[in-house]
Design a protein around this ligand. Structure first.
Ligand code: HEC
Length: 133
């Protein structure tokens, strides 16, 4: 009996750890100010075209062409790249996507310097909306 209990604990411990890891990586706190921030850039064809060009240049190598998280660099990265085509991803507000794109976290670089124009970062958000499936 005793050994069985011990064995169960041994088996369950890594599972607990795993589930903790998963919630941790998905739990990217976005400040309230950003969550409700209004996108100042209308998602018209020129904004989407601009967002696409920036996405191809800056994001595709990790997030992949369709945003599945399968870019050539993805394998060597820590963290959950998300799936930009999924409902779970798309249910985030524009402000949340803008915040994550701007500040980054760990292996996700922040783009406040590489894409210094905030309207261009909003255009990338507009482009990410088109990846919905
Ligand atoms: C060097 C690889 C890399 C590049 C380049 C990169 N990302 Fe990321 N991205 C990541 C990683 C890794 C994560 C997960 C970070 C985490 O959860 O800590 C992430 C997460 C994200 C998330 C949050 C996903 C979610 O499910 O909420 C968004 C949004 C995002 N990236 C947008 C972008 C945009 C837009 C660009 C280009 C302007 C970009 N990323 C470029 C690696 C990258």
């Amino acid at each position: 009996m005793k050994t069985l209990k011990g064995l169960l604990i041994l088996l369950a411990a890594p599972l607990l750890f795993l589930s903790f890891e998963v919630t941790e990586s998905n739990d990217w706190e976005v400040p309230a100010k950003y969550k409700t921030m209004k996108n100042p850039v209308t998602a018209n064809s020129s904004s989407i075209a601009e967002g696409k060009a920036l996405y191809v240049k800056h994001c595709k190598s990790c997030h992949g062409k369709e945003g599945y998280g399968d870019g050539p660099k993805a394998e060597e990265l820590d963290g959950d790249l998300g799936d930009f085509s999924s409902a779970a991803f798309q249910k985030q507000s524009d402000g949340e996507l803008y915040y994550k794109t701007t500040t980054g976290r760990d292996d996700m670089p922040g783009f406040s310097k590489k894409i210094p124009d905030s309207e261009e970062r909003w255009s990338v958000v507009n482009y990410m909306r088109t990846l919905k499936e």
